[in-house]
Design a protein around this ligand. Structure first.
Ligand SMILES: Nc1ncnc2c1ncn2[C@@H]1O[C@H](COP(=O)(O)OP(=O)(O)OP(=O)(O)O)[C@@H](O)[C@H]1O
Ligand SMILES: [Mg+2]
Length: 503
């Protein structure tokens, strides 16, 4: 193969479901290059990648790999040819351990018995390459938080021979430390001549690592340019087809009376004696590293986990609310937008309408489903306000793109009138334009006197939308900043503080 011939080539790729979602896309990849793939939610990024990785069969088009025809019939076939993909949705087996998940296809065995020690050692080696020193390889994956599961997912795809690696939003739940490790790995793969396709809505990341950037819009290839030649704005304009103002004009808010008070809340090592006061009409942000206890704190407040000690009070009350289950939380007017939409958020085979109007699983079993005109109109409004890209409100949520699924999770809680809304990475995987829609809806809630508690790994986002930011480090709430009193450096320093002391 001459040096200039592409490692991978696709010509005229297309995919039709009920309607065409990808049409006539050409793609070339050189060995050792990083191609950024970007576009709005539903533009076709995952579909294109899944075709290359053998998970979806194209309706039209042909591909070659290393100059030879390439038409993988399955993910396994693609992996055998050296094409691997880290999926946008996590695909680990929750009941198996970290080590078993990592080495599922190459479990070391002797006479049919899996060699535990060899498995452990091999897993530790692969994890160390990504800087994962603090995870026990014998833990079941289901007991890890989403950020760690994402890192294991990435580590898994780096095990074994690889010529072309596709990463579909690998950093949606990662923070800067993990991202740095991932980027170091990418640089190493690149040096070994692996071609990499990197999908992300975070343009600053793309600018850090990509050689070229390819933009899809409505299933069509808009163009592919050297990364250096395009500004941030130029990329967004190509994605959206118009100018977008990313800056969000946050109106002045005045916080009202206390809506929720947390006193000495604790659970194991994850959450340690947290005190927190949330006021009506405010957006309170929670910053911290992956594993610092932010998600766990929300789950305690929501009654999804049981606390060891501590109380939650509602309004000005001084009698603990005793929220023992999510059902109780919902009844008390507390909602939770989860970060893990597959496992906790959505019923994939059911429609957008049902997923939006459904606040708990019991309701559907109890009453069948009541469909009123009002309800239909409300769902239509939310679908429009959040620009959910779908074929009407009856399309099953499982057929939507990742970012559009996230919008449905959010729409559900907008539909239900909560006085306290807990938001765990609410814009995870949501494109730049649609993020602004979510911020605007959050703003309306705050203006209507609701209290919002938001976890995000995106500091810029927190600084943009929050009135106050609390920082968690190793399970403790170590600092709280008022708007105007924070800087990115101060927030980061606080996030690392408890770990620095421990080391
Ligand atoms: N199994 C399916 N059946 C019907 N339509 C589908 C199916 N899978 C994907 N689609 C549609 O294809 C379009 C492209 O989806 P895709 O997941 O490729 O988008 P994406 O660019 O990855 O978006 P995101 O940024 O939200 O992840 C969407 O409109 C989606 O609803
Ligand atoms: Mg996608």
């Amino acid at each position: 193969m001459p040096a200039s011939a592409p490692l991978f080539r696709a010509i005229g790729l297309g995919k039709h479901y009920a309607t065409p979602v990808l049409a006539d896309v050409d793609l070339d990849l050189q060995a050792g290059e990083v191609l950024a793939l970007t576009g709005e939610n539903g533009a076709g990024k995952s579909t294109l990648s899944k075709i290359v990785a053998g998970l979806v069969q194209p309706t039209t088009g042909t591909m070659t790999l290393g100059g030879a025809p390439y038409a993988p019939a399955s993910r396994t076939a693609a992996e055998r040819a050296g094409v691997r993909m880290v999926l946008q949705e996590l695909s680990l087996v929750p009941t198996l351990t970290v080590a078993e998940n990592l080495l599922l296809e190459r479990l070391p065995s002797r006479l049919g018995f899996i060699r535990r020690d060899a498995l452990r050692a091999s897993a530790l080696k692969h994890m160390a390459a990504l800087g994962l020193h603090d995870i026990d390889p014998d833990r079941p994956v289901g007991s890890l938080g989403v950020g760690h599961r994402q890192m294991i997912e990435i580590a898994r795809s780096l095990v074994g021979e690889c010529r072309l690696l596709i990463l579909d939003e690998p950093t949606a739940t990662l923070t800067s430390r993990e991202i740095d490790h991932l980027f170091a790995q990418i640089a190493e793969l690149k040096a070994r001549g692996v071609a990499i396709v990197y999908i992300s809505h975070r343009l600053d990341e793309l600018q850090r690592i990509a050689d070229r950037v390819m933009v899809l819009r409505d299933g069509r290839h808009i163009d592919t340019q050297p990364m250096k030649s395009l500004s941030h704005e130029a990329i967004v304009r190509r994605m959206v087809g118009r100018d977008v103002h990313e800056a969000f004009d946050r109106p002045r808010r005045t916080a009202g009376p206390v809506a929720l008070r947390v006193r000495g809340l604790a659970r194991g090592q994850a959450v340690r004696d947290v005190d927190l006061e949330l006021r009506r009409g405010e957006v309170y942000g929670l910053a911290g590293l992956v594993g610092s206890g932010r998600t766990e704190l929300l789950r305690l407040i929501y009654g999804a986990d049981r606390e060891d000690r501590g109380e939650v009070y509602l309004d000005a009350g001084d009698v603990p609310a005793r929220i023992a289950s999510p059902m109780r939380a919902v009844r008390a007017g507390i909602g939770l937008v989860t970060e893990d939409r597959k496992a906790q958020g959505l019923l994939l085979p059911l429609s957008i309408r049902i997923n939006t109007t459904l606040a708990n699983l019991e309701a559907i079993a109890r009453a069948g489903w009541l469909r009123t005109g009002d309800e239909q109109r409300a769902v239509e409004r939310l679908r429009g306000a959040l620009r959910v890209r779908s074929l009407g409100t009856e399309q099953p949520v499982g057929e939507l793109s990742g970012g559009n699924q996230q919008k449905v999770v959010f729409a559900r809680w907008l539909h239900r009138d909560c006085r306290v809304l807990l938001l765990d990475e609410p814009t995870r995987g949501v494109d730049i334009g649609a993020r602004a829609d979510i911020y605007a809806e959050m703003d309306k809630l705050a203006a209507a006197g609701k209290a919002l508690l938001m976890v995000s790994s995106d500091l810029r986002e927190l600084m943009m939308v929050c009135d106050r930011i609390g920082v968690m480090s190793a399970g403790r709430l170590v600092a709280t900043f008022e708007r105007g009193a924070w800087t990115q450096e101060a927030l980061l320093a606080a996030a690392f503080s408890a770990y620095a002391q421990a080391a």
